[in-house]
Ligand binder design. Structure first.
Ligand SMILES: Nc1ncnc2c1ncn2[C@@H]1O[C@H](COP(=O)(O)OP(=O)(O)OP(=O)(O)O)[C@@H](O)[C@H]1O
Length: 263
C-alpha cells in the first residue's frame, strides 16, 4: 500500500542504532523515521527493546553505535536543543517525592526557563484538566500509580514541547484517567505536535495511533501508517502476532499438570 507523501521533516530519524547489555543486543541496529504531527505507537512484546530505544532517542541512555536526530538536531552532539523541544514520561518515573504535585510543576517550569506567572497559569490548567487539582498540595510520595503518571505527564507538557515521548503511559491507569490522558494527547497532536508512545495494548494503539512501529528482539519488524502495518490482517493484534512470530507459539500444552487432574 502506498504511504502518504510526508512534507514535514521527520520528528525522529534513527540510523543504525545499537545497544548491548553484556552479550545481549537489546537494540540491534535499527532505523526509524517517525513523521512529525502524528500519534505514533512503538509496540512490541516484553523485552523487545522499546524502553532501551526510547531512552536512547531521548538522550537518557548513550547508544553503542548509530545516530538519532530529533527535529533535525543530533541528540548526542546537540543535547540542549533537543531537550528544549521534547517532553519525556520515562518508564519507572522518578519524581521528587517530597514535593507536592503543584511544587513539582513549579520547579519543573522554572527549570525549563518559563516565567513564574506563566508556570502558575499552565500548572493550574494542567492540574485541573488532569483531575489533580484536589491533590495538588499532597506530596508526590503519597500519589497513586495513576496520579504519578498524570503529574509526570503534566511536567512533560508544561513547556509545550514539539514532541512528547511516553513509555507505557497507560499502564496502571484506571479507565477514567486513561480517557483524560487520551483527550489531552489527542488535543496536543491535533495542534500539530507529535506523540511517540510505547505500549503492549494493541486495541489502544489501534484506536489512538495513525502511525506504528513494531519491534521484536531488538529489531524493527514493520513501520508505517496503521493501515500499512495492519495490511490484510483483521486487526493490529493479528498483524502484530504474525510479525513477531507468536502465532505458532506453544500456548501451554506442555503444562498438562495445570488445572484439572490430581493436585
Ligand atoms: N540496564 C540493563 N541491563 C541489562 N539488560 C538490560 C538493561 N535494560 C534492558 N535490558 C535488556 O534488554 C532487553 C530489552 O529491554 P527493554 O526494557 O528495552 O524492553 P521493552 O520492549 O521495553 O520491554 P517491556 O515491554 O517488558 O518493558 C531485555 O532483554 C532486557 O532484559
Amino acid at each position: 500500500m502506498a504511504e502518504e507523501p510526508e512534507t514535514r521533516a521527520p520528528a525522529v530519524r534513527v540510523r543504525g542504532l545499537w545497544k548491548r547489555f553484556g552479550t545481549q543486543a537489546a537494540v540491534a541496529g535499527i532505523d526509524l523515521d517517525l513523521p512529525a504531527g502524528k500519534f505514533i505507537g512503538l509496540v512490541g512484546p516484553n523485552g523487545a527493546g522499546k524502553t532501551t530505544t526510547l531512552s536512547m532517542v531521548t538522550g537518557l541512555l548513550r547508544p553503542d553505535k548509530g545516530t538519532v536526530e530529533v527535529v533535525g538536531h543530533d541528540v548526542w552532539s546537540d543535547p540542549a536543543e533537543v531537550k528544549a523541544r521534547i517532553g519525556v514520561l520515562p518508564e519507572g518515573l522518578r519524581l521528587f517525592e517530597r514535593l507536592s504535585g503543584r511544587e513539582l510543576l513549579s520547579y519543573t517550569g522554572r527549570l525549563r526557563g518559563l516565567p513564574g506567572a506563566e508556570v502558575d497559569k499552565r500548572a493550574t490548567q494542567l492540574l485541573d484538566v488532569l483531575d489533580l487539582a484536589g491533590s495538588q498540595h499532597k506530596l508526590v510520595v503519597d500519589y497513586s500509580t495513576g496520579m504519578r503518571k498524570k503529574i509526570g505527564l503534566a511536567a512533560a507538557l508544561l513547556h509545550n514541547p514539539e514532541i512528547l515521548f511516553l513509555d507505557e503511559p497507560f499502564e496502571g491507569v484506571d479507565p477514567v484517567s486513561a480517557q483524560t490522558i487520551r483527550g489531552v494527547l489527542e488535543r496536543y497532536t491535533h495542534s500539530g505536535a507529535t506523540v511517540v508512545f510505547s505500549s503492549h495494548v494493541m486495541e489502544l494503539v489501534e484506536s489512538l495511533c495513525d502511525w506504528v512501529a513494531v519491534m521484536a528482539a531488538g529489531r524493527i519488524r514493520a513501520q508505517g501508517t496503521l493501515a500499512h502495518v495492519r495490511g490484510e490482517a483483521p486487526s493490529l493484534q493479528n498483524a502484530f502476532l504474525e510479525l513477531v512470530g507468536a502465532q505458532s507459539r506453544d500456548t501451554g500444552h506442555s503444562l498438562d499438570w495445570l488445572g484439572g487432574g490430581p493436585r
